[in-house]
Design a protein around this ligand. Sequence first.
Ligand code: NDP
Length: 485
Amino acid sequence: MTHPAQPKASHFINGAYVEDTSGTPIPVIYAATGEEIATVYAATPAIVEQALTSAQAAQKIWAKTAPTERGRVLRRAADIMRERNHDLSVLETYDTGKPLQETLVADATSGADALEYFGGLAASLTGEHIPLGEDWVYTIREPLGLCVGIGAWNYPTQIACWKGAPALACGNSMVFKPSETTPLCALKVAEILIEAGAPAGLFNVVQGMGEVGGQLVTDPRVDKVSLTGSVPTGKKVYAAAAEGMKHVTMELGGKSPMLVFEDADIENAISGAINGNFYSSGQVCSNGTRVFVHKDIKEKFLARLAERTATAKLGDPMDEEVNFGPMVTENQMNIVLGYIEKGKAEGARLICGGGRAEMDGYYVQPTVFADVTDDMTIAREEIFGPVMCVLDFDSEDEVVARANDTEFGLSAGVFTKDFTRAHRVIGQLEAGSCFINSYNDAPVEAPFGGVKASGVGRENSKEAIKHFSQVKSVYVRMGDCEAAF
Ligand code: NDP
C-alpha cells in the first residue's frame, strides 16, 4: 500500500500531474521516524522545458483575464484550502516533521490568507493619471511575465502561496521549485489552483535540487525570481538573475536580535523568546536567536525560561498535544548539534537542553545558552534549530550597537513597557520585520522581508505587488509634436 503522503506524481505541469522516472530519485523522509514515505524524481531538462513552455503560454491567457476573475480564482483556491485544512496540515507534517498542533494553524491557513488577500487586491491594481496642462501621462501596472519561485524547506505550503498568490494576482504565471527536502505540499497548491479555475500551466511545480533551480533562474524566458533560502544560495541566485537582468525577491536568513529591557513584562518576554526560538523547532528565518536581556533581570529571566522550556512536549508530531517536533532532516539535526557543541566549547553556559532527545527521529532538545558573548560562533551564525543565545546588556545605546553588529537584518524585537523607548529603539534597529512586545507575527497584511544580507524586496501586503509588477508610463500629447529641425 502506498503511504498517504505519496503524491500522484513528482511534478505538476500544464494542469496535471506529470511523472518522469528518468530523473534522480529524491526520497522523502518523515523526520519523526526516519521512514521513507514517498519518492519523487528530480526534473529532467525535458520536464523543465515543459513547465516553462506551459507557464509562458498560460501567462498570456491569464494577463488578458479580467482582474476580478483572476481574484475570484485565488479566493476560491483559498476557500478550498481552508476546507481541506486538516488533510493539508497532515501532509505538511509528513513533509516537514512539524507538529500537527502547529501545521493546523500556521501553514495551509497562512497560504489561504495569502490567496484571499491577493485575490482581493487583484481588481484594484490600477495605474494613475498625471495631468500636465494640456497633455497628460497615464501609467499602466503590468505583470512581469513568467516568474520562478524557489522554496526553503521550513514552510512548503506557505512559501508556495506567499510567492504564487501575489504573482498570479498581478497577472504573472509561475514555475515553483520546492526544496528537495519537502517536495510534497506545493503539488497540492498547484492542484487546488486548477480546481479553483486557474488556466492549465499558470502555476507549475517541478522537483529537483539546486541544479534544477539554477536551470530555471538562467532561462531567458524567466522574468523574475523569488527565492526563500540561505544567504549563500541567495548570493548565487541573485548573481545568476542579474546576468539576465531579471527582477528578484530574496527572502534569506537571519540572526535576529530580541531586546528585553529591565521594565519588560518578563512572562511576555519569555513567551516571545520561546515563540521566536522554539516554534517549528527553531527552523524559522526570522527567529530572534540573540536574546539580549538587561543584566538586572537576567537571572530571573533565565530561571523562568528554564522552567517553562522544561514543559515543552516532544513526541509524535501527529499527536495534537505535542508542541515540539524534530529537525527536518538528519543532516539539519547534525548541523544543529555541531553548533551546540561549539557553544559549549566556546564557554557559553548551558541552561537547558544541549543535545539530541532520546527518541526515534531527528529531535534536538530545546536548548538555551546564557553568558553568550558577541564573538561566539553561536551568536554570529544562523543555526536554524532550537538554540537560544541569551546575552546580557547594560545600556540602550550599547545594546542597539551590538544588535546591529551583524551582516543580517531580517527581524528584531523589543520588550519594554516604556513605549517611547520601544519606538526609539525599533527606529534604530537595522531590520525589515520588527515587533514590539511580541515576536514572529507574520500576517499577510504586513510587509515581510529583510535588509542587509537578509534580502531584497518584500513579501505579503501591498508591497509584494510592487515586486511582481512593473509600471509602464504613456505620455499623451494633445497638440503638435515639435522638433528642432
Ligand atoms: P537553501 O538556501 O539551501 O535552499 C533554498 C532553495 O534554493 C532550495 O529549494 C534549494 O534547492 C535551492 N537552491 C540551492 N542552490 C541553488 C542554486 N544554485 N540555484 C537555484 N536554486 C538553488 O535553504 P534551505 O532550504 O536550507 O532553507 C533554510 C534557509 O532558508 C535558512 O537560511 C533560512 O533562514 C532561510 N529562510 C528564509 C526565510 C525568509 O523569508 N527570509 C524563510 C524561511 C527560510 P535544494 O535544497 O533542493 O537543493
